[in-house]
Design a protein around this ligand. Structure first.
Ligand code: FAD
Length: 460
């Protein structure tokens, strides 16, 4: 008998699950996928590069269109929002946003892949025109249209304020600077990029100022002022009035689990859905969840965390799809590796920050080293900084943060592998990392940091 899989959410996690399950079960599995927006299988990660001009159009950010999914046997229903999940009846209630029709559809298996929702502060004036979030391709389209309108309309310098100095805020600041806007970044935290320790975030702060971006940290936004036509004109922050022709909000996201929570599915402390290793929702054998709407196990701190990244969403969706398809796969957790860039500054991290290590009770040592991306004599060599945390006593690697110029950040992958495998910093000193002058000094900066950390742990 044919079973029906219903997927709620048509992006990375949902469509990875749908595609895998359908591939494995063929016509024995009817797959219906609901997406409330117009686009499916899109790369939100590419939005800053589309806005900044590296990517030409929204279409380039779409991995597979609804029609392509349909050709592969998935009944893809776009512009259709699932408004209710009824676990007892085993059905969802969906509303076709264009036609207005609401209908119920039963399921044998359900995947919840509703992603995350951006934090939008309830501040005075936040709904003024010219204030943008950047979560969906529609958001990107609206922002690009506004930038064109601004370019055509205004004379003299144009100003943008980006609220929130996380990686999305920082990437968007660069995108706006490339349009010739004067950009001010505002964040209530002491330094940009709170995914880094403040001493490393400070390096990002300094580099951004050198690039011509104003960075205001430790400053809270109090509201937004609009003109008579309802268009944002300034941002009130920390007693100052920051002129703004345009505002971008990059205040982070939270799991979009209101629908799942209302259905009675279990949520963890972060608000994300709780799943087992096979991505089945805890206590619900035929309900699966993946992506930004779930909590994930952090292998280093041994705690459940919300890490909304595309890399995990794709893998988790694939795991869910294989299991639904009759195979066996598990998602092994994360070590919280992440990478980003602003102009020519690369930024990467893996594992724990000092605050994470303290929170879970590790005693640790830290080292920070300055080195270069290439051999000192090689043209184009540039500075890079590596900070490393290791457990006191055992010497086990706990975390790494890297900031530097071209070629610096991808070194985090070697650190992530070491962390994943529970290596000590002493063991890392002997790692056979690649060397040639155009790529690295003879002692790679990662090895220098490991050596210094090992010395420090030995009391040397
Ligand atoms: C600007 C930006 C840059 C990023 N850069 C990176 C990066 O460099 N590296 C990285 O790893 N990650 C990055 N990310 C994060 C990455 O995009 C997400 O982690 C990933 O998209 C999560 O996939 P998902 O399928 O879980 O959720 P989403 O992509 O959010 O998809 C969920 C989908 O579900 C739909 N939906 C929600 N509720 C319903 C409902 N009730 N009915 C029907 N449909 C519904 C939504 O419309 C949405 O399309 C970035 C994100 C943004 C916004």
């Amino acid at each position: 008998m044919t079973e029906r899989l219903v997927v709620v959410g048509g992006d990375a996690a949902g469509m990875s699950a749908a595609a895998q399950a359908r591939r494995l079960r063929g016509d024995a599995l009817e797959v219906v996928a609901f997406e409330r927006g117009r686009y499916v299988s899109y790369s939100a990660c590419g939005i800053p590069y589309w806005v900044g001009g590296d990517v030409g159009s929204a279409d380039e950010l779409v991995a597979r269109t609804p029609e392509e999914h349909r050709r592969r046997g998935i009944d893809m229903r776009v512009c259709t929002e699932v408004e209710e999940i009824d676990l007892q009846r085993g059905e969802v209630r969906a509303r076709d946003r264009d036609g207005g029709r609401t209908y119920a559809l039963s399921f044998d298996q359900l995947v919840v892949a509703t992603g995350a929702e951006p934090v939008r502060p309830r501040l005075p004036g936040v709904d003024a025109q010219g204030i943008f979030g950047v979560q969906t391709l529609d958001d990107g389209e609206a922002l690009i249209a506004d930038l064109s309108r601004l370019a055509a309309a205004s004379e003299g310098p144009r100003r943008a304020v980006v609220v929130g100095c996380g990686y999305i805020g920082v990437e968007m600041a660069e995108a706006l600077m490339r349009h010739g806007l004067q950009v001010t970044l505002v964040d209530q935290a002491d330094e940009p990029m709170t995914t880094l320790d403040p001493d490393i975030g400070r390096l990002v702060h300094q580099a951004m100022e050198q690039m011509g971006c104003e960075v205001l940290t430790g400053v809270e936004v109090d509201g937004f002022e609009a003109d008579g036509e309802g268009r944002v004109r300034s941002v009130a922050a920390g007693g100052r009035t920051l002129p703004a022709d345009l505002v971008v909000l990059g205040l982070g996201v939270r799991p979009n689990t209101a629908l799942a929570g209302a259905a009675g599915l279990p949520l963890g402390d972060s608000g994300g859905l709780r799943t087992d290793l096979r991505m089945a929702v805890v206590g619900h054998g035929n309900v699966w969840a993946a992506g930004d709407c779930v909590e994930t196990f952090d292998r280093v701190s041994k705690s459940w965390v919300h890490v909304p990244l595309g890399t995990h969403a794709n893998k988790q969706g694939r795991v869910a799809g294989i299991n639904i398809g009759g195979g066996y796969a598990t998602f092994p957790g994360v070590v919280r590796t992440a990478i980003s860039k602003v102009c020519d500054l690369e930024i990467a991290r893996t594992g724990l920050r000092e605050s994470d290590a303290r929170r879970v009770g590790f005693r640790y040592e830290t080292v920070t080293i300055e080195s270069s991306t290439r051999a000192g004599y090689f043209p184009g060599t540039a500075p890079m900084t590596v900070k490393m945390l290791a457990e006191h006593g055992s010497g086990r690697l706990l975390g790494v943060q890297i900031v530097g110029q071209e070629g610096a950040a991808k070194r985090i992958d070697a650190c992530a592998v070491a962390l994943w495998n529970g290596m000590t910093v002493e063991e890392m000193t002997g790692l056979d990392l690649a060397y040639a002058p155009p790529f690295s000094p003879v002692w790679d900066p990662v090895l220098i940091a490991a050596r210094k950390a090992a010395d420090q742990l030995r009391g040397g």
